[in-house]
Design a protein around this ligand. Sequence first.
Ligand code: FAD
Length: 394
Amino acid sequence: MADDIAVAAEQQPAKKVAVVGGGLAGALIAVYLAKRGFRVDVYEARKDPRKEPTIRGRSVNLAFSVRGIAALSAVGAEGPVLSLGIPMHARMIHSHSGETTPIPYGKQGQYLLSVERQKLNKDLLSVSESYRHVGLHFEHKLVAVDPEKGHLTFKCLGNNDQILEVDADHIIGSDGAYSAVRRELMKRPRFDFSQEYIPHGYKELCLSPTQDGEFAMAVNYLHIWPRQTFMLIALPNQDKSFTCTLFLPFDQFDVLKTKEDVLDFFQREFPDFLALMGEEKLVEEFFRNPTGPMVSVKCKPYHVSDKVLLIGDAAHAMVPFYGQGTNCAFEDCLVLDGLLEKHKNDFARALAEYTRTRNKDVEAMCDLAMYNYIEMRSLVTSPVFLMKKKLFNF
Ligand code: FAD
């Protein structure tokens, strides 16, 4: 970023940006905008995650790739991801009989990182808060927004639901797949929107370390048990556990009603996993942890004049099978920053170019994620795929 813009920004009264949603995208965009000299206020509906115990059962870790790392590196925030992420060099395919076959992700030395989602979010919130011009407001739920006027209405959940009215020069909607900001934009003419729920749901299970404190399976892999119409995956964590996710059609989840149903299903489909997890723990977690839906969202334009921009899942939620939702959300921040640089912090021009140029890229990611939904659970087991992989080392 050019020094002259930062200096100029320091000399003027800082323009106010309201960031709605302090998840992964919201925390990172706050850092980018603070670095450009804006006054940034982040409004997050939930409590401060840094003061809360870790919430299990909702996407505990993320596969992180070069796209996300580049966006963190541009603001010097890549440290925790690089130092705490666990490299996964290959997929490890588990057959019914318990045989395992590694399929590398790329050339030798290339890998994805398994990163703890909550830790990343907490770190980014702390990085953003280290900037003088950033304010974090937790338990502030957006209930209304006037895009033309830049006016927002929040319910203060920690304060008897008191209403807070806020004016901002610019608004970033980073409030996730069910975005309240986007809901407001949908009332406007010529706003395109589509969403698709897939028939599968997901349930997380935690595979603990062994009794002697080691990983229960080979560590540097993304483990997959592909079973054609459903699958189980596992990603390693720093504490030597694995976060395992069962992706199964909802109508099949619905028939797993009793302890016996669950054990029969795992014994039939994932016997090696059941042996590692143990029957009691599996049943306890299966019935305790929620089953989440997965949605793909496409919309455009992402902006309204110089006032509002949607980023992250609010703009393009994607099914998780390509492991690119967060990576893409972080790339949104990098792309926006590049356009603000190009247009000397002129939001009107930067946001218009953002919608024009970003749309086809993120929609392609949504489509690739949907394609990988099939590849991960079935194509990786096909002899043709395995042969090609071996021959061409892709
Ligand atoms: P979110 O993380 O959803 O954050 C939105 C924030 O806005 C939340 O904190 C929410 O509380 C807040 N909010 C919502 N409404 C309001 C409101 N009205 N007022 C104020 N605040 C509000 N991506 C990857 O890159 N790699 C992976 O391996 C991966 N695995 C995944 C696995 C699963 C099972 C799932 C479901 C997703 C996965 N993803 C993965 C996708 C990733 O989780 C999302 O793309 C990412 O969280 C998007 O970040 P975000 O900040 O846009 O949205």
